[in-house]
Design a protein around this ligand. Structure first.
Ligand code: C2O
Length: 493
């Protein structure tokens, strides 16, 4: 077992962007933060030292944290935050995963600047299931950069969307890319000129530097299929072939329009698990829990607000409220009164979700509710989007597991007909997938990881409004099927 050790210190640092200088919270004074390199099967130990005046936690987005929920990181779900001046050691093993992921702060909106890449290499002497690249490059979509390439070489781009609230189209003018991995799962390779990557998602793609030497524009542009008040700014970078001059003209092709739903859909539909003997897709064939989560946005009465109302986001009309004690601790120590396990508490009302029914959104309740499943049971969740307030894509992230995205559709999910479209052979396996605007997705996973696992929209604004819930997975019967005891330095609330 190899130990990857990092000792990150969370500090503030002044950064200048768009002509303004501001103090931001960083790890080790770096923005983005340091890349965590590890190999599959490594035990990773990271001591996080909090030297800022805010509470901090770090989440290892997409790492399954088998039996080590204490190291997962979402504040008030698996741990109380690390207070100023204190530290906490995250200790976990990377089990059956290899590829690109990201780490980020998981308290309030701190992940805006507190984030970085995780690169999990295959086990020693295990090759990639695609032609080995000449070089590897981590690209975090949160700023601009210059990518230098040498004619004739192949580059493995590890693309990470670390944005708070935007799904992004990534494109390199004049070049096609071969997608080989998403969310640290190998895919059937396919060629594309546009990659869609949502907040929290990652995509690995091979770039062949086989065009005439020169300079080519790289764009990361917003995808939002119903553009309302959108921060529609395109970030750019330059692909620079060695030997060209910085004065050479830049080849530029337009990014897709902001509402290019067809481009987004065709990218999503092309993503398939590799499903080879070495990397099988272990899709649950039957389901023990079949759930319908209606994803809504609504308005609740608010006495303290000048408008008298406030916008909330909810699942089955429950807007999740964070507790003041971490759910995992409450579960482990049997503390009552912190949460109830009756999520959602009432079945979703059936109506035309994607029709014109704004008024139906009123009357959302609040609660801190979890959904309880037994060890190793299989779960299917259909996430149904609605047209309340603003129809929008919701990139949903599940902690503690990968899931298989077995189907997606536009309009209302139909329990009779829609299951016929499910792909149970090679659906993409990932940790974050978007509920399409005015449509639905179906996901499946096996609850083989005991603990309390957060599920939420990875658009930070929607998480804040309550678009979140948690699964409680009970211990199995064998000792190696139970949650490990908490570490001694686990912060208290
Ligand atoms: Cu990347 Cu719960 O988050």
């Amino acid at each position: 077992v190899v130990l990857a050790c990092l000792f990150p210190t969370v500090v503030t640092k002044s950064v200048t962007r768009l002509c303004t200088t501001k103090p931001i919270v960083t790890v080790n004074g770096k923005f983005p933060g340091p890349t965590l390199y590890a190999r599959e099967d490594d035990n990773v130990i990271v001591e996080v030292i909090n030297n800022v005046q805010y509470n901090v936690t770090i989440h290892w987005h997409g790492i399954k944290q088998v039996r080590t929920g204490w190291a997962d990181g979402p504040a008030y779900i698996t741990q109380c935050p690390i207070p100023p001046g204190q530290s906490y050691v995250y200790n976990f093993t990377i089990t059956k995963q290899r590829g690109t992921l990201l780490w980020h702060a998981h308290v309030l909106w701190l992940r805006a600047t507190v984030h970085g890449a995780i690169v999990v290499l295959p086990k020693l002497n295990v090759p990639y299931p695609f032609q080995a690249p000449d070089k590897e490059v981590v690209i975090i979509l949160d700023g601009s950069y210059l990518l230098r390439v040498l004619t004739g070489q192949k580059y493995l781009l590890r693309i990470i969307n670390a944005a708070l609230n935007e799904e992004l189209f990534f494109r390199i003018s004049g070049h096609r890319l071969t997608v080989v991995e998403a969310d640290a799962i190998y895919t059937k390779p396919f060629e594309t000129d546009t990659i869609l990557v949502g907040p929290g998602q990652t995509t690995n793609a091979i770039l062949s530097a086989d065009r005439p030497a020169g300079r080519y524009m790289i764009t990361a542009s917003t995808f939002l299929d119903t553009p309302i008040a959108v921060d529609n700014v395109t970030a750019t970078a330059i692909l620079h072939y060695t030997g060209s001059l910085s004065t050479d003209a830049v080849t530029f092709s337009n990014p897709p329009p902001v509402n290019a739903t067809a481009v987004a859909s065709s990218f999503i539909d092309s993503l398939r698990s590799m499903n080879s003997p070495e990397y099988p897709a272990t899709v649950p064939e039957t389901v023990d829990h079949s759930l319908l989560f209606v994803v809504g946005m609504g308005v609740n009465p608010c006495n303290a607000c000048s408008s008298g109302i406030k916008v909330v986001a909810d699942i089955n009309n429950v807007s999740f409220v964070l507790p003041s004690v971490a759910l995992l601790q409450a579960h482990y120590y049997n503390v009552s009164g912190v949460f109830t396990d009756d999520f959602p508490g009432r079945p979703p009302t059936r109506f035309d979700y994607t029709g014109n029914n704004t008024a139906a959104a009123l009357g959302t309740t609040t609660g801190t509710k979890v959904y309880r499943v037994k060890y190793n049971e299989t779960v299917q969740v259909v996430l149904q989007g609605t047209t309340f307030i603003a129809p929008e894509n919701h990139p949903f992230h599940l902690h503690g597991f990968n899931f298989f995205a077995v189907a997606r559709g536009i309009g209302n999910y139909d329990p009779e007909e829609s299951p016929e479209t499910f792909n149970l052979v090679d659906p993409i396996e990932r940790n974050t997938a978007a509920v399409p605007s005015g449509g639905w997705i179906a996901i499946r996973f096996r609850a083989d990881n005991p603990g309390v696992w957060f599920m939420h929209c990875h658009l930070e604004v929607h998480t804040t409004w309550g678009l979140k819930m948690a699964f409680l997975v009970e211990n199995g019967e064998d000792p190696d099927q139970s949650l490990m005891p908490p570490p001694n330095d686990l912060p208290t609330c």
